[in-house]
Write a protein that binds this ligand. Structure first.
Ligand code: SAH
Length: 356
């Protein structure tokens, strides 16, 4: 197999060209062609020396994920189903808003964490995506969307837990930030985690970007049930990691995501308890109305309940936004991304080990 150049961040691309006896600026030219201009083929790279252009197809390829589904909702949200191998597909979602366009990117085929309310978790875990498969989602969306630089923000909030796949996520983040590739600011690239504490520390050292934490509960007893990873990294450890992260974060707050589940975590008392936690770390809250899927066993809190919950947090001096539900009708809302995963992990064992 030839090398897939979508796997290479700038450093890896320079090493690749150095091995061919080429100067580093060749690597930069090729990076620009691929990521800035969306090139899929070497013949188009008109400023490369002819001999190199002819040699490259024998050594390398530019191969993004295969689009097997493409749907647009009434509000303009667009969802792609992307086949990454014979058994697995993942989803990427584009959310256009005035003045910005956000791409929601997947990091794994399936997910091992099995959060109680998440569709991805229900289908088990198969494998980490490669850098090419992660960055390929942006590369592809850029090619398929209209307009000049349609993607202004990236959120790693698709399928999977990005902090359990940092070996591939970090090079992908570097490409998102690289001026020769996507040139996004660190503040406009957000990694969302269910609370993988060592991963938060590693991200802080190697590639700090905006961080969102899926909190979802104000105490360990409830969070243990909703986000089983909490049994390994309870709230105290999680908040301490948030404070360490803030020392290097491009934003001076952590976004706390909180899914609103009727009768489960949405009482006034939960909001007050949450305000107590929030006093321990600089954060903002993003309330996510639960997005139902078949046999989830949960219901979305009523709008009035969400409003009241937000009000209690605001009265405690916190900044709160409530996420608008987008992508209705194409199952593109948060937590509905399912793709197709062949679960090869005997998930129960994987989780047991994780909790050990
Ligand atoms: N593993 C990462 C990214 C996953 S999804 C994480 O846990 O943060 C991004 C967000 O969607 C998370 O906050 C997740 O908890 C939330 N989510 C999952 N299922 C949902 C659902 N059915 N409705 C609303 N939000 C959901």
């Amino acid at each position: 197999m030839t090398a897939n150049l979508l796997d290479f961040d700038a450093g890896a691309m320079e090493r690749f060209f150095a091995e061919l006896g080429e100067k580093p600026f060749r690597a930069r030219q090729v990076l620009r062609w691929i990521h800035r201009r969306g090139a899929a083929d070497f013949a188009a790279m008109s400023d490369l020396a002819g001999a190199l252009r002819e040699k490259l197809p024998g050594l390398a390829r530019i191969e993004g994920p295969l689009v097997v589904g493409d749907g647009v909702a009434e509000d303009g949200t667009r969802k792609w189903l992307l086949k990454v191998d014979g058994a697995n597909s993942v989803e990427a979602v584009y959310i256009p808003e005035t003045g910005r366009g956000t791409l929601c990117v997947s990091s794994q085929a399936g997910c091992v964490l099995d959060c109680a309310f998440c569709a991805t978790g229900k289908q088990g875990f198969n494998r980490n995506l490669t850098t090419a498969e992660i960055v390929g989602q942006i590369w592809l969306a850029n090619r398929l969307l209209e307009g000049d630089r349609p993607i202004t923000n990236v959120v790693m909030m698709g399928m999977g837990e990005p902090l359990l796949n940092l070996d591939h996520v970090i090079p992908a983040l570097r490409l998102m930030l690289d001026d020769r590739a996507y040139g996004l600011s660190r503040r406009r690239v957000t990694v969302s985690t269910a609370g993988v504490v060592p991963g938060m520390d590693r991200l802080r050292e190697e590639c700090p970007v905006a961080l969102a934490v899926s909190l979802h509960a104000p105490n360990d007893a409830l969070r243990d049930r909703l986000v089983p990873l909490n049994r390994k990294y309870p709230i105290g450890a999680l908040l301490a990691a948030c404070n360490r992260y803030l020392e290097r974060s491009p934003r001076d707050f952590i976004t706390m995501e909180y899914v609103m589940l009727e009768g489960v975590n949405d009482a006034d008392a939960h909001a007050r308890e949450l305000a107590g936690l929030a006093a321990r770390v600089r954060c903002k809250f993003n309330l996510i109305p639960f997005n139902p899927f078949a046999s989830s066993g949960f219901r979305r809190s009523a709008p009035e309940r969400i409003r009241r919950f937000a009000e209690i947090l605001q009265q405690a001096g916190l900044t709160v936004t409530t996420r608008k539900t987008r992508g209705d009708g194409i199952a593109a809302a948060c937590g509905q991304l399912a793709g197709r995963v062949v679960d090869r992990t005997r998930r129960v064992h994987a989780i047991r080990e994780m909790r050990a």
